[in-house]
Design a protein around this ligand. Structure first.
Ligand SMILES: [Zn+2]
Length: 82
């Protein structure tokens, strides 16, 4: 029983920490282009194409923040319908 309470506490602390970090820094570098926004071509020419994952911004919204935005939108839409 005590182990269950401890595990729950640790899980809650981790979730709260992740939520806080998502609130402070909602964006992270794009995994596909490493935050550059463009891909270097494989051949050594100077041509580079924009990254389609981050739409050439180099930043991606984190998963936690995306869930938070979706929940807020759902909550807002539910409030309007009433
Ligand atoms: Zn990218």
């Amino acid at each position: 029983m005590r182990g269950t309470i401890t595990a729950t506490g640790i899980l809650l602390a981790v979730v709260a920490g992740y939520a806080l970090s998502c609130a402070i820094r909602p964006y992270r570098d794009c995994w596909c282009c490493d935050g550059r926004g463009h891909h270097r071509s494989k051949r050594k020419s100077k041509l580079s194409r924009p990254c389609r994952w981050c739409r050439a911004s180099g930043k991606r919204l984190r998963v936690g923040r995306r869930l938070w935005n979706r929940a807020r939108r759902l909550h807002r839409d539910a409030g309007v319908a009433r």
